[in-house]
Design a protein around this ligand. Sequence first.
Ligand code: NAD
Ligand code: ZN
Length: 379
Amino acid sequence: MKALVYNGPHDVSVNEVPDAKIERATDVLVKITSANICGSDLHMYEGRTDMESGRILGHENLGVVIEVGPAVDRVKVGDRVCLPFNIGCGFCANCEKGLTGYCLTVNPGSAGGAYGFAGMGPYSGGQAEYLRVPYGDFNCLVLPRDSEEKENDYVMLSDVFPTGYHATELAGVQSGDNVVIYGAGPVGLMAACAATLKGASQVMVVDTHKDRLQLAEKLGAIPIDDTEGDGVEKIMALTDGKGADCGCECVGYQCCNMHREEVPNLTMNNLVQTVKATGRIGVVGVFLPEDPGAADKLAKKGQIAFDFGQFWFKGQSMGTGQANVKAYNRKLSRLIEHDKVNPSWIVSHELPLADAPEAYANFNERKNGWTKVVLKPGK
Ligand code: NAD
Ligand code: ZN
């Protein structure tokens, strides 16, 4: 089959690789029809992880079931399914509680499993013609009848829609709240969408890219361009000097964190400043635990400097980590089915798999107009 393979930093290619196949009785085999490129893929792409060369990338996948293992009895051949990026077993202590991002079976001793991701188990990604789905009965979200015509909406259930939603859960967004969101990438835009769905009174979205801020504005959020004046001052003015009720971090890794350890993290510090005393901060941006390229730089592995003193003094609290996609996606799927939300509004490019290397380069540069790429391996 054809698949997008990681060769090394800034080097991916579409190669002929052995077909994905059923390996265990509980597996499901899916023919991929949509596979997104995610901001998280860029951590591998830019060489910030210990990703082995030759691995297939892609954790935002949707497709049609073409084969099921002998122990699979819920999912059927022909079902159209969206695959949460977390791989869970369904029966460990964390999965039992809905914390499928932290499954204790699929990647023992670490932090959960995912398709095509460094440090999250040996699982291949879905930027390919076929994908093996472990524990298929548990990990396939069977989609409703309108899934073919709304494929670009439903594929967002694999990650960015539930992740944006998770950011607002971690931040404790309530109806009437004013909310500040750092990052207008796909995740930040989805967090703004989730905050709006929850009835936030004011959603302020901070970024440095005008095209992405325009999408936030389309949604009804207040765009704050950090290249034009002091975003922190603007947020304080918009909240009568009190700060927002809560905030979301949807940026993660920023160059200065890793290259110069004395430089504090911008978004975390800005959130501590712009969220009111006792407010909650939801951090879904990924701060990598290690930087393999750091040996020649000043970086310390995994240490992110931010103003903990001010955070403590304001009595703020914080929630962090991967979205437990499965905990949300049944309900979020219904919102799509009943046209309450159509997350495909973030899609800027729909491309064949062959164009993936170029798409990676453009998305990595955050080139104007490249917000979200959906690859179509069948085309
Ligand atoms: P992305 O990385 O393109 O989005 C980041 C956005 O932040 C960009 O638009 C960029 O311009 C903006 N930005 C950079 N520095 C900034 C700053 N100092 N202030 C304000 N904005 C700034 O793509 P994405 O897909 O939206 O991913 C965002 C983050 O979410 C990544 O770290 C990704 O790994 C992470 N993520 C986490 C989960 C999870 O489960 N927790 C899931 C998916 C993605
Ligand atoms: Zn993703």
